[in-house]
Each structure stands twice: as C-alpha cells, then as structure tokens.
Design a protein around this ligand. Structure first.
Ligand code: SF4
Ligand code: MG
Length: 318
C-alpha cells in the first residue's frame, strides 16, 4: 500500500554570484505502509533536503508530495499541525534538539504536552511505557541527557518521535554517530518497532551496508538526482548503476558477484553548484559515453520495482 508519493520534486537554492544549487532534481519516489525506504548517497547529495519536505521543515521549488492523497507541501495552520503528528523525524545528534535542562520524562512527553494536552499526572506512566518500547528502563525518566550514552540518547529521541504514534518516522543519519555495535542494536530496535507497530520508516544514511540491513526499498541519490531505486534484497546481485555498484564495491561482501568488474570511485564528486551538462556521475564513471555528456539519463524501470538512470540501460542505447 502506497502511503506517500513524491512527484517531480525539485529544490533549487540560490547561491552566490547568481548561481543555483539544484539540491533535488525531479525526484519521484513512493513509500509503502510498514516498509522502510532507505535513502543512500554521499553527504550533500540531497537526501536530507528531500526528507525535510516530509516534516514541513522546507518546501520544494516544484512538485508535490502526496501523503494519503493530500499534498503536504502546501499545508497551513491546523492541517500542518496534524501532519506533524503523522510524520516525525529523528536526527543524527539528539543532544542538539534536547534541552539539557529537561529530564528524559519532559523530553519524551513534550510532543504529547503540545499536541494532546495530557495531564502532568499521566506523564510518568506514559514516559515509562515509551521508554520500555525502545528498551530503556523506566527509571531513566528521571535522568538527564548528559547522563546517558549516545545510543541511549538516540533511543530517547526515537521514543519521543513515537509519542504521537506517527505513521511515518524519518531517521536522518540517526545511527551514524554511534559505534558499529550500537548501530546494530538500534537497527534491531527499528526492525522490532516496525514489526509491532507497522511503522513506515525513511532511513537516510551514507552507509549502504547499513541501509541494506533495514531497507525494503533502496533509493540511491547522486548530486541531487535519483540514480537507482531497487529492492534492498537485490543490492548485492542486481544493482546496475555504476554509482550504486561503486558504493557496493566499497563494502566487502563474500556474496558479491566477482565475475563482473567492480568500479571504485576515484575522483571527488563535483560541486552541486557546477554540475556538468548530462549525467551528473560522468566525471567519476568508467563507462562514460558521448551521450552521457549531453543528456542526463531519465530514471526508467528495468523490472518491477527496479529503476535506473543511466544511458547504459536506456532503451535503444548501446
Ligand atoms: Fe556512467 Fe553514462 Fe551511466 Fe552516467 S549515464 S553513470 S556517465 S554510463
Ligand atoms: Mg544529511
């Protein structure tokens, strides 16, 4: 069941010297009920720019984002407020969004105080329940953020995001600052919450190996463009775009198909301000052809649920 659909979402930012930064270029994506969409790519590729539209932290220059049929990029007033309950976001460093003078009880219950006007007397029980949901002891309600580890604070951030029982939770590099072993436990928690509550997750991450662990659907972005969308389980064997394959090549995996060449990313990505004409990946691509320097390839479906934007795989091209 599709619950969210982005159509032709484009975001331009004005930059110095009259230049324009194209942070999102005609993005088309769907999110499905109870599934995780992994959005992967290097920092600055436009992943966060896109997901911020979902929680109304920004609006696209063009295009629409339909959540259960309503364009959430045009919401105002009460409707905007309601949307804040349906879609929540968790960021990389929760300490930045936590008031250090507030204890965990107040932090976790803040959205409920704002939106549901729960009574002070109810807070403790509600907080304990939410903490248990993220597998933290109920007693942590009396602690302060600085008395907790990074992984524990991230669990608190997830508990707070879940307080309003949203249908979609966007995690923006939410595990990136954590140790690898702690990352795994947070990933397990996300999987468990999804199983229990049928939550739809948007998982933004620069680490494709981590995305592969959680995402039903993986969307790969490069310099503002969506270059490949495919089922997470197909990343190993079916990734086609040279950029996706390069990202995967950087992940050592004994299941990889070594019969095909694995490209490595040699040069640095160009600035999104000075995008070349044609394919944005041309400067780093071993397969670059003449047409790649002229036309930016469209995202085309190659099989059910798998789309790729590369001239190597466009109909009629050789
Ligand atoms: Fe490489 Fe051309 Fe494909 Fe771009 S369109 S990824 S340059 S082959
Ligand atoms: Mg980001």
């Amino acid at each position: 069941e599709v619950i969210l659909e982005a159509k032709h979402v484009t975001r331009r930012f004005a930059a110095s010297h009259g230049r324009t930064l194209l942070a999102n270029n005609d993005i088309n994506l769907k999110m499905y009920k109870g599934e995780t969409l992994g959005l992967v790519g290097e920092s600055g590729c436009g992943k966060s720019t896109f997901m911020r539209f979902l929680v109304s932290l920004d609006t696209p220059s063009e295009g629409e984002i339909l959540y259960r049929g309503t364009d959430i990029t045009k919401l105002k007033g009460e409707e905007l407020r309601n949307n804040r309950q349906n879609i929540q976001m968790v960021f990389q460093d929760p300490t930045l969004s936590f008031n250090p003078k507030m204890n965990i009880r107040d932090i976790v219950c803040e959205p409920l105080m704002n939106f549901k006007k729960i009574k002070k007397s109810e807070k403790d029980a509600v907080c304990r329940k939410l903490l248990e949901m993220v597998e933290l002891p109920g007693d942590f309600a009396d602690r302060y953020p600085h008395n907790m580890s990074g992984g524990q604070r991230q669990r608190v951030a997830i508990a707070r995001a879940l307080a309003l029982e949203p249908e979609i939770v966007v995690l923006d590099e939410a595990t990136s600052a954590l140790d690898v072993s702690v990352q795994k436990t947070v990933i397990e928690l996300i999987t468990k919450l999804q199983r229990e509550k049928n939550i739809t997750f948007g998982f933004i991450c620069h680490d494709i190996a981590l995305v592969q662990l959680v995402a039903h659907q993986v969307a790969v972005m490069y310099l503002g463009n969506l270059v490949e969308v495919l089922p997470g389980k197909d990343l190993d064997m079916k990734a086609m775009h040279p950029y996706t394959r390069a990202l995967m090549g950087a992940v050592f995996d004994i299941n990889m198909d070594f019969s095909k060449p694995i490209e490595s990313i040699e040069s640095e990505a160009p600035s999104p301000l000075d995008l070349p004409q044609g394919c944005p990946f041309q400067g780093r691509c071993e397969h670059c052809m003449d047409i790649c320097k002229k036309e930016n390839p469209k995202l085309v479906e190659v099989e059910d649920g798998h789309s790729v934007a590369c001239h190597l795989f466009q109909k009629g091209s050789k």
